[in-house]
Design a protein around this ligand. Structure first.
Ligand code: TRP
Length: 334
């Protein structure tokens, strides 16, 4: 609890040039609705990002840009705590301690580790292996009740719970056991790639037309949607087997606030050309105010700095309390 409210913590890595439409519709847009009811803490997970090699200047620029994107998406810095993971040394310190309560076997089973070590076979570093323990520290330091994540992160939350329960079993109630919070698909949590609508929209999609970035200019958004893979039936309907059309209908529904049924009704008797043009326009329109706000924010670096400085102070205070408790429990002299 922070100020009598349940705690939500989540983080995004500053790893791409901008967030994707999937990140926005599936995550940030829903987080805006949580900001009054919960104490929300959002982190820019730059320590996770260096598990893959980064250019320092780019990492720095992307960190600030991600903060501006969080705010531009509607998350109010007066209501949410924003900070950069590396500002708070307690993350690394708690991760070390938790390492000693995590088994090699558990980490070897993480599917993300297996995927990433296959993709980056030339750099399977210890950080990549240990990544879920750092993530457990991120979550447990803030005594988070709920962690909004995509499906791909669920296994990491389960491991976090296991580590926390193990630690509590030995030392008493030190950590709150967090629950994953996965938004329902109707809330846009399942935005798929435009070129391969059977897999999640991803910034690492090798096909540049597969993924919309929230900072893509309107004409690029419209073009990418025009080129989206559909099917040969020429019927705008939402049903199994129509992955491409289903995905475009979901995007349209989230962008306009209309239900899927309303969206389908609008396109009865229309071809895919008209349908895609409408989805493209609606998506560009939905992102336009975010882009405007983003551009304003990026002109005001002092403001952005003040946000992460004050967020960092708050985060250090909360995290420091948990860390001190843990250190005492394990027998460290402070
Ligand atoms: N691993 C997450 C991802 O890549 C990012 C992340 C880091 C995170 N620490 C976290 C998410 C803590 C939720 C809670 O998507």
């Amino acid at each position: 609890m922070i100020n009598d409210k349940k705690v939500i913590l989540s983080g995004i890595q500053p790893s791409g040039d901008s967030l994707t439409l999937g990140n926005y519709m599936g995550a940030l847009k829903n987080w805006v609705k949580l900001q009054d009811e919960y104490s929300c803490v959002y982190m820019i997970a730059n320590m996770h990002t260096i598990t893959l090699r980064q250019e320092p200047a780019k990492l720095r620029a992307r960190t600030l840009s991600l903060l501006a994107q969080y705010i531009a998406a509607g998350l109010d810095p007066e209501k949410n705590v924003f900070f950069i993971q590396s500002q708070v040394s307690a993350h690394a310190e708690l991760a070390w301690i938790l390492n000693c309560y995590t088994q090699m076997g558990e980490l070897s089973r993480m599917t993300q580790f297996k995927d990433k070590s296959q993709k980056h076979a030339d750099n399977i570093n210890a950080g990549l292996f240990d990544y879920p323990v750092l993530m457990a520290a991120d979550i447990l330091l803030y005594q988070a009740d709920m962690v909004p994540v995509g499906k791909d992160q669920k296994q990491h939350i389960e491991l976090t719970r296991d580590i926390a329960q193990r630690f509590n079993g030995i030392y008493g109630d030190v950590f709150t056991i967090p629950d994953p919070y996965i938004a329902p698909p109707s809330a846009g949590s399942n935005i798929m790639g435009l070129q391969d609508p059977t897999s999640k929209m991803s910034k690492s999609d090798p096909n540049p037309n597969g993924c919309i970035y929230i900072l893509d200019p309107p004409e690029v958004i419209i073009r990418k949607i025009k080129r989206a893979v559909t099917d040969s039936e020429a019927e705008v309907a939402y049903r199994e087997g129509k992955d491409g059309v289903n995905n475009l209908l979901t995007i349209y529904s989230v962008a306009t606030g209309k239900s899927i049924d309303e969206a389908v009704a609008e396109f009865v008797g229309k071809g895919y050309g008209d349908f895609k043009a409408a989805v493209g326009e609606a998506t560009a329109e939905c992102l336009r105010p975010i882009q405007e706000k983003y551009n304003d924010l990026m002109k005001n670096k002092d403001y952005l700095e003040s946000v992460y400085r004050s967020g960092g102070d708050t985060a250090r205070r909360i995290a420091g309390r948990t860390l001190a408790k843990v250190q005492k429990k394990v027998g460290f002299i402070l």
